[in-house]
Design a protein around this ligand. Sequence first.
Ligand SMILES: Cc1ncc(C[n+]2csc(CCOP(=O)(O)OP(=O)(O)O)c2C)c(N)n1
Ligand SMILES: [Mg+2]
Length: 568
Amino acid sequence: MTATDTYLLLRAFCNELARCGMAHACTAPGSRSTPIVLSLVREQRIRCWSHIDERSAGFFALGAAKLSGRPVAITCTSGTATANLLPAVIEARHARVPLIVLTADRPPELREVGAGQTIDQLKLYGDAVKWFFEVALDRATPESLRWIRTLACRAYWTAADGPPGPVHLNFPLREPLVLSEPLPEDRSGREDGRPYVMFDAPAPAAPHAGAGGHPSGRIVIVAGQDRRPDGGGQIARVAAEAGVPLLADPLSGARRGPTAIPHYDLILRDPEFAAAHRPEFVIRAGDLPTSKPLRAWLAGLEAAQIAFDPDGVWHDPDAVVGLRIRAPLGTVASFAGGAPIVAADRGWLQSWRAADHAVAGAIDRTLGDELSEPRVARALGGWLPPEATLFVASSMPIRDVEEFFPARDGGPRVLSNRGANGIDGTVSSAFGAAAASSSGGPVVLLIGDVALAHDIGGLLAASRLRLPLTVVLLNNDGGGIFHFLAVAGETDAFEEHVATPHGLDFAQAAALYGCEYRRPGSLAEFRQDVETSMAGTATTTVIEVRTDREENLALHRRVAEAALAAIV
Ligand SMILES: Cc1ncc(C[n+]2csc(CCOP(=O)(O)OP(=O)(O)O)c2C)c(N)n1
Ligand SMILES: [Mg+2]
C-alpha cells in the first residue's frame, strides 16, 4: 500500500460523499489526518471550514448540519483531538443531527507500543454514534474503490436516515502521509454523477391514529422541537383547521396561526386555570417543550395522550403517552376511519385565547420598554424577519424565548442545542448555522455570559472564516438561571461555585477575536444595533445587554404575578 493508494481511495470516498449531497465539512490541523484533510479540501463540492479547536469544529459541524438538515463531516488527527469531538457527538445523537466523524489513527502496529499521540479510538464515542467502522485502507483496485464508494454512501445515509445522528469512521493511516507523484484518474464513480448507492426510505402512507381513540372534545396540541423546517407550519395548519388550542414551543416552528397559545408557560402556573382546563385528549408533536408548568400539567392529566414524531422516538419522561405514531403530525390527514379531529365547541378555544390575551397584556405592561432579558427575547420574537435564524443558548435564553416569544406568522426559524441541553459549543454551533446559511438569511445568537465564556474560542470563526453573526449577549455576570432554584439559598457556596461570576470584559474579547462590539442603552438602540449587524455580510458583532441576576429574578416574578392577576 502506497500513499497513492491511500489518496485514491480517500478521493473516491470524498467524491462519493459529495455525490450523496454533502456540502460542508470541518477540519482541524494535525499530521496523521493529512490525507483525509487534503482529500476533503480537494473535493470541489464540499466547502471545508478550518478550525483550531476540535471541540469548536464538532459544534460548528453540528450547527451546519442542523440548519441544512444534511450530514456534515468533521475530521481531526489522532489522540486527544478525537476526544474533543465527544460533546458534539453526544448532542448530535440526542438532537438527531447527522454528522460523519472521520478520525485519523495510527495503524495497528503503532498501537499500544508507546507511539506518540496514540490512544484507543475504537468505538471511542460508544453508543452515542449510530455506527462505528474501522476503515482499513489497502491497495486501490477497481474492487476496493467500489467498496469505499459504497462505504461513503453507507456512512452518509446512515447519518441522514431517521432518526438522523452521528456515525464514526476511524482511519488507520501509514506514512508517507503526502503524495510523491500525481494522482491518476479514477473512473470508478457512476457515470451520470449519481451516488454509487442511492437510499430511499419511502414515507409511510398517511397514517391513521385510530388505536388511541378518536380525538374529540377538549383537545390540545402540544408541539416541541422539530428538526424539519416545514414541520411547524403543517402543525399550525392542523390546529387551525380543527380549531384546537396549540401550545407550541418556538423550537417547533409552530407558534403561529389563529389557535396559537404562546403564553402557556405563564397561563398554566395558575392552578385554577390549569385544573379547569384539563383536556380530554392531548396530541403531542416532536420533542417535549422545556416549560416546567407545561410538563407538570401534562404529567398529571388523565386524558388520552398520543405522540407524533417523524422518527417515533420514545420521549415521555412521565410515561403518560398511550400511542406513538411514527409520522410528523402535519402528514396525518385524518384520524380513525378517515374522520377529522373534532374539537369541542368554540368556548374551549375561546377561553384559552382569552387567558393568553390577558397574559400578553400583563407581560407588556410589566416589561415596558426597559432593556431586560425577557424584553430582549420578546423583541427578537416580534421583529426578526422570517429569513433570519435565531440560535438560542441553553439556560435562561431558551426559557425566556419559550415564555415570551409572541405567536407570529413569518417569524424567524429558531434553533437550539436541546438534545442534551449543554451550554457548551453554542457559539460554534451558531457559526456553523451561519456557514450553512451563507446564501440565506442572517443568523442571530442569543446567549448568556457563562455560555459565551465557555465557547469564547468559537468567536475565532468571525475573522478566520469571515462569517457574519449577530451575537446578542445577555450579560448578568454568572448563571442567572440558578437564582430560580433552591440552591440559591445555600449562601456559603452559591456565588462562587454555582453562579460563578467572572467579571469578564467582553468588549476586549470582541476586540481579540476581530468582532464589532456594541452596548445599546435602550430598546430602540438595541433594535438598531441588531438590524445594522444583520445587514453586514462579513462581520460579526457582539451586542451586549448588561443585566442583574437578582433584578432578573424579581422581574420574572413580577411578570408571573401580573399574569396570574390578569387571568380571570
Ligand atoms: C456543558 C454544560 N456545563 C454546565 C451546565 C449547567 N448549566 C446550566 S445553565 C448554566 C449557567 C449558564 O449561564 P449563562 O450562560 O450566563 O446564562 P444565564 O443563566 O445567566 O441566563 C450552567 C453552568 C450545562 N448545561 N452544560
Ligand atoms: Mg448569565
